[in-house]
Design a protein around this ligand. Structure first.
Ligand code: AMP
Length: 357
């Protein structure tokens, strides 16, 4: 692919903080961005163009496509069919096929297993009776998750004992679901890779990820020795998935580091919260390499800029002015606020990155 020249407009579906940080990276490389979303959000503050529309509004998507030379997306909970239609008019990266796999827990687990990855034992569950049958095979503890549209631990129920299963399928919304066996893990980590249009792949050092209430709280790099020992196997799976999908852009895979090796949890066809540290902590950030990849530019190097990097999420009230004052006073603390006007419990409002040189 011929590199897209500066001045080109990149269409981004979604107006959240990932779209905001992608737009900043795009601007640095001389590109413009145009956002498509039902409502304005953090991305609109730094992007000149906007088309408002529901994610399945093909007419509005058509208007959006007329403004963009290439299209990408910042989250995967969008219907795949309208994106397939969009891809007939403008290049879409990652491809709609990659989106379809990554937005469905059953599709992504099957895909990873086919390519040699290991997932927790799982069963498809479509009603309460199937849930009980699946629990009979998998046992307790187990986790029930909706196959689609879950994020930050939403659409999930932990089942520790038979009483917890009563009405559990209704409790997660009575939607198609997957029952997973509980993985005993030492730590969680993610593999972030970028793949360009010419098929070259760059992988960042894997962050160790710590969650609070199902939401990412802290990512640290380099990760602990148990994660380092599992990095090659996990990164190998990520590369095979990216090659098989002829993937273009940043791809994220989440893993549990278990005593038996890496256990694949899920993947995201996009830049990821566990890669925010790359803005200051890596030679090239996940956002810049995503823009480079989808515009046909060579990928930048992914090594660390310091000895240790940490990224802490600012959730809800953590980001209030009185609570970030100390961060502004801390030398070398890189504060990012997403400009969200309404503070809500559990809402990602910003993050802070520290690089130890
Ligand atoms: P997910 O939405 O799949 O990323 O799940 C959110 C969090 O729940 C994960 O980051 C883990 O901390 C935990 N979790 C999810 N699935 C499992 C599992 N099968 N075994 C143990 N913990 C899990």
């Amino acid at each position: 692919m011929k590199p897209l020249p500066p001045g080109t407009t990149i269409g981004i579906i979604g107006s959240g903080q990932l779209g905001r940080m992608l737009s900043v990276a795009a601007a640095q490389l001389g590109y413009q961005t145009h956002i498509f979303a039902p409502v304005t959000g953090p991305a609109n503050d730094v992007s000149a163009g906007f088309t408002r529309g529901a994610y399945d509004d093909e007419e509005a998507l058509g208007v959006f496509a007329s403004h963009a030379d290439v299209v990408t997306y910042e989250f995967e909970n969008i219907p795949a069919d309208p994106i397939r239609e969009l891809a007939r008019h403008v290049p879409v990266h990652p491809s709609p096929a990659a989106l379809a796999v990554a937005q469905d827990r059953i599709a992504e687990k099957s895909f990873a297993e086919k390519l040699g990855g290991r997932a927790a034992p799982w069963r498809r569950v479509g009603n309460q009776r199937e849930l009980e049958a699946a629990l009979g095979e998998i046992g307790y503890p187990a986790i029930l998750k909706t196959t689609r549209f879950g994020y930050d631990g939403k659409g999930q129920a932990r089942l520790m004992k038979p009483e917890d299963a009563v009405g559990a399928w209704d409790a997660i919304g009575g939607r198609p679901a997957i029952l997973e066996g509980f993985v005993t893990f030492e730590a969680e980590f993610s593999i972030l890779l970028a793949r360009s249009t010419d098929g070259s792949i760059a992988t960042w050092p894997a962050p160790k990820n710590e969650h609070k209430n199902g939401i990412l709280a802290l990512s640290t790099v380099p990760a602990s020795p148990e994660i380092a020992a599992q990095h090659a196997e996990a990164a190998g799976l990520a590369s095979r998935i990216a090659q098989e999908l002829d993937y273009v852009g940043v791809l994220t895979l989440e893993f549990f580091a278990s005593a038996d090796g890496p256990v694949f949890n899920e993947m995201a066809p996009r830049v990821h919260n566990s890669g925010h540290w790359t803005i200051e902590g890596a030679v090239t950030s996940q956002f810049e390499n995503h823009i480079r990849a989808i515009c046909g530019l060579p990928l930048g190097p992914t090594g660390l800029t310091g000895k240790k990097v940490s990224m802490e999420n600012l959730i809800g009230e953590d980001a209030l002015p009185e609570n970030v004052a100390h961060l502004l006073a801390e030398p070398g603390a890189h504060l990012h606020l997403y400009g969200k006007h309404e503070v809500r419990e559990g809402r990602k409002m910003g993050h802070v990155t520290r690089v130890k040189r």
